[in-house]
Design a protein. Structure first.
Length: 82
């Protein structure tokens, strides 16, 4: 389950960047995670399935692949697109 989550979040952030194709908007804020997850994967991201209540708690579980920038709260991928 966690491996799948890591993969999907990795794909989500890189797909968003490719789709938007705007240097001024490299990612989206953590508060929009559930919206974009639903939009890209056509299924809801159920936080309770992972035993957490907030997006930040979920992202803390996968901090090896994604970082939340402190000032902007944008999601910053830690792995290359490959």
């Amino acid at each position: 389950m966690m491996c799948g989550l890591r993969y999907e979040i990795h794909l989500l952030v890189h797909s968003f960047k490719a789709d938007v194709n705007d240097e001024e908007r490299p990612s989206f804020g953590e508060s929009h995670l559930l919206f974009y997850y639903q939009r890209y994967f056509k299924k809801p991201l159920q936080l309770r399935n992972f035993g957490v209540n907030t997006n930040m708690e979920l992202l803390e579980m996968v901090k090896d692949i994604i970082e939340v920038k402190p000032k902007t709260t944008l999601l910053d991928p830690q792995l290359s697109e490959d």
